[in-house]
Design a protein around this ligand. Sequence first.
Ligand code: SF4
Length: 222
Amino acid sequence: VNNVETLANVPSIIKKGGDWYASIGTEQSKGTKLFSLSGNIARTGVVEVPFGMTLRRLVEELGGGVPNGHKLKALQLGGAMLGFIPASQIDLPIDFEGLVSIGSGVGSGGLVVIDESACMVDVAYMLMSFAQSECCGKCLIGRLGTKQMLDILQDITNGGGQPEDMDLLAELGESMALGSLCPLCGGAPDPVASILRHFRDELEAHIKERRCPAGVCQGLTQ
Ligand code: SF4
């Protein structure tokens, strides 16, 4: 709780009062939040915004939008082990409760902007690779679950995916979320779950048509 961001708020709250701070933000999410903007965005860096601001304002006004004439495809807010937010949900406000309800979260305050040139399956594979390499191996479901999911995603990006892989990814993800001892492997399936929910057509193109619509996965047609 007492991280640098929290402590940095204390002098202003002492000086101006708790009511002043509570007047910023939404009914349930008070105050401001720092976000670190990265990825396919014109202006990277750290910004402080009031809770309640829409994701669109954060990306387009403060971050300068997606560069090079590309369209926004997805956002990943809060950290690598949280779900992707599709571009269609960019008008949602930033608050704790609303973001959690869509499988995302404020988390660490990271914001990765992903444009249309990215393959969501490939991005999910890279994130699972990170989780699997960082996993400490203490609990069985975390250790084996990340490896199993990584193998499945690798098969899919290499053109060897099978239709039953989609159900297998979902079942594995639920088991890992329930049984992992800590949020690293417990959250690792969240990006995959959001792809099953929001980018299923892209996943199906890889598996059923051996096609990567973004043209990223080598060996697959576009
Ligand atoms: S969930 Fe946590 S404790 Fe379990 S293997 Fe993964 S990193 Fe280790």
